[in-house]
Design a protein around this ligand. Structure first.
Ligand SMILES: Nc1ncnc2c1ncn2[C@@H]1O[C@H](COP(=O)(O)OP(=O)(O)OP(=O)(O)O)[C@@H](O)[C@H]1O
Length: 256
């Protein structure tokens, strides 16, 4: 099944698709298996805009796996991924990912960001300046000297976002970044995501939070049981899904 997502951007959006070398993202016939189970099955779609895409679906639908495949953290059993004509191996250096539970090193926050920049081979002399700028941009300068591992979950998630942003990615993958946060920290992370979006970075975010999708998503890939069930503009899916599974998901049916 080939699904093309191509629809007008919301008015006021400043992002130009043509400015984005990794767009369109074309995925064809993607499958992934582990432990003798086929966990993702024959997924095909094309994303043509640099506005935010949400992967929606229940726990275990395959959202995290798809993000990992798109970022090259795991290899598909079959199928192809093309980022504006580039293979994942070349696109990944222009991407960053924030995991559901951020991975922090046992060192101060600023040094975590410096380390991430070093891993991307940013010249040594630029690392601290870029790291500090990213913390300031995220309103987190006051955390620079704090031990990263003792921060709260919400603070760590904001630091992880700032760290990802410091890498100046063209694409940012977010894996349920607000899943275990209280409302105040969820709102802070959402503001940070909105700011990332406004800066022109393509966000691809896994979530099962419909309210969040309504606020942030431009388009939606809805998954169930390792398959892409339907896709399209977020406002259309969230108002009137085409599939029965989509309708049940929106209605809060946990078996969907
Ligand atoms: N490396 C792996 N080996 C075996 N099974 C895996 C592996 N990674 C994921 N799975 C399984 O694949 C299925 C999809 O997992 P995935 O984490 O992608 O779901 P998800 O939609 O992101 O769910 P959640 O919302 O709970 O994070 C699950 O049944 C999971 O247990």
């Amino acid at each position: 099944m080939q699904i093309i997502l191509e629809h007008p951007r919301p008015s006021g959006a400043s992002v130009q698709t043509s400015d984005m070398p990794l767009i369109p993202l074309r995925v064809e016939g993607l499958s992934f298996a582990a432990g003798g189970r086929e966990l993702l099955r024959d997924i095909s779609f094309c994303l043509n805009t640099s506005l935010p895409t949400f992967l929606l679906g229940h726990n275990g639908a395959g959202k995290s796996l798809l993000l990992r495949l798109l970022h090259g953290l795991v290899e598909p059993a079959s199928g192809t991924i093309s980022w504006g004509g580039l293979p994942v191996s070349r696109a990944a250096r222009h991407q960053a990912m924030v995991f559901q539970r951020p991975v922090m090193l046992r060192r101060p926050v600023l040094d975590n960001l410096v380390y991430a920049l070093a891993m991307r081979r940013v010249p040594r002399g630029q690392r601290r300046g870029l790291a500090m700028a990213a913390l300031e941009e995220g309103g987190l300068a006051h955390l620079a000297g704090r031990q990263a591992r003792v921060l709260s979950g919400g603070e760590q998630q904001l630091v992880a976002l700032a760290q990802a942003r410091a890498l100046r990615p063209l694409v940012l993958f977010l894996d349920e970044p607000t899943a275990s946060l209280d409302p105040a920290h969820s709102a802070a992370v959402e503001r940070a995501v909105a700011s990332v979006v406004a800066s022109g970075i393509k966000v691809i975010m896994a979530s099962h939070d419909l309210a969040q999708a309504r606020r942030l998503a431009h388009d939606v890939l809805f998954m169930a049981d390792g398959r892409l069930v339907e896709s399209g503009p977020a406002d259309v899916f969230l108002a009137e899904p085409r599939s029965e599974l989509g309708r049940r998901f929106l209605a809060g049916d946990l078996t969907a």
